[in-house]
Design a protein around this ligand. Structure first.
Ligand code: AAL
Length: 394
């Protein structure tokens, strides 16, 4: 009897141990919290979940300072003639804060008729624009709160022929350096669309953001020699100050394959100068960003970050270059600001600890849903690309 009692007891103990073991195994199989980065489940995984652990370790949105979504707000203070295509405002500069207010510069076109379109560039005259940015001048506006803007007028006018920019001056960006202000811009010498969107970059300077601006009348960043990636177009010049020098990022538009209309391959390069009026030396590793359309960059920690949108394999990414040259993908995101001109408080301070950005001005092309009118409006974007994460701001 006693013998059976012992056997029974041992049986119960073994059974409980087994149960306990099974329960433990079950609990290690549990996947809660689900699929978090450093806890890969110990079971066969689908290809999608497998690469979610292995391929994206460094670019996860969670707690990634260079991940953000974007929200947009319509600006007050700009009239667009009912959206009939005769007024365009596009390609805003960075926003700067001076004299107690915000300043932004942009491509302004106010023509009697709307643009005929790049494909019909031969129909353009000195009154009829080809592209949305043809026959444009550089305008500027100021604001106290970043939402309501007051247009102040033309900052840099098209110079007389044959100076660079006589056809159109567009897509500007601002630099403040040693107490002076510089506007870099695309200087068109023909209607866009005749051969492509060909232009070099010129510059104007002033002692105050309100001007008056002196156009140097010279090309400060020329196209590259025949056969080079930037031989046709130097677009979207974007200056920052780093290492006591001017780091001018820009886009090259080079893909002329006729079957691609429009092309989806564009890249970005860097040119460096000690003096804002040049000479600029193009970086030997150019292009330094393999994708993107308009340039939008800002100092971040010791390096520089770039919003890379619209074109190329790596569109919809935010990238980071610790050394200001070799960019890596920091995050993948969506609905990015087009032609964003952020408010970058430390753009010109030669910071070694860039704080990042939280807002700026961008543009929407073909606003109002009427593709034929082909006009562009400015709008505000807000984001969280600052060192301090504000989750509740989104
Ligand atoms: C853009 C910019 C440049 C191009 C055209 C006007 O948004 O990349 O400025 O030339 O399109």
């Amino acid at each position: 009897m006693k013998k059976y009692f012992y056997i029974f007891t041992i049986g119960i103990v073994l059974f409980s141990c087994q149960r306990e073991k099974e329960t433990t195994d079950e609990s290690t199989q549990k996947e809660f919290p689900f699929f978090i980065p450093d806890q890969k489940p110990n079971r066969p995984l689908s290809a999608a979940v497998e690469r979610n652990y292995d391929a994206y370790e460094s670019i996860r949105p969670e707690q990634n300072e260079l991940y953000s979504q974007f929200k947009y707000t319509k600006l007050k203070g700009f009239d667009y003639n009912g959206g009939d295509g005769t007024i365009t405002r596009r390609d805003p500069s960075k926003v700067i804060f001076e004299n107690g207010k915000y300043y932004v510069w942009y491509t302004g076109r106010k023509t009697k008729v709307k643009a005929v379109g790049m494909a019909k560039a031969k129909e353009a005259t000195d009154q009829i624009p080809s592209a949305d940015w043809d026959l444009a001048d550089i305008w500027y506006a100021t604001s106290e709160d970043g939402f309501t803007w007051e247009e102040q007028g033309i900052a840099v006018r098209r110079p007389p022929k044959p100076q660079p920019g006589w056809r159109s001056v567009t897509t500007t960006d601002i630099l403040k350096f040693k107490g002076k202000y510089y506007l870099y811009f695309q200087a068109f010498e023909e209607a866009s669309g005749l051969r492509g969107d060909f232009c070099p970059v010129s510059v104007a300077w002033a002692d105050s953001p309100d001007g008056p601006w002196t156009h140097t009348g010279k090309v400060v960043l020329p196209n590259g020699p025949e056969g080079s990636w930037d031989q046709y177009s130097i677009h979207d010049p974007y200056p920052l100050v780093h290492d006591g020098k001017i780091y001018l990022y820009y886009k090259g538009d080079f893909d002329k394959r006729p079957e691609l209309k429009p092309s989806k391959i564009r890249m970005q390069g860097l040119a460096i100068a000690e003096d804002p009026l040049g000479p600029f030396k193009k970086h030997p590793l150019n292009p330094v960003i393999n994708s993107g359309h308009e340039t939008t960059l800002f100092p971040f920690r010791e390096g520089v970050a770039a919003i890379v949108q619209r074109d190329g394999q790596e569109h919809n990414t935010i990238q980071y270059a610790k050394d200001w040259v070799n960019f890596e993908i920091a995050s993948i995101t969506e609905l990015m600001p087009v032609a964003g001109g952020p408010f970058v408080p430390d753009a010109f301070t030669d910071t070694k600890d860039g704080r990042g950005i939280t807002w700026g001005i961008s543009h929407i092309i073909n606003a109002g849903g009427n593709w034929k009118n082909n006009h562009t409006i400015l709008l505000r974007f807000d984001c969280d690309l600052s060192q301090d994460i504000h989750d509740d701001a989104m």
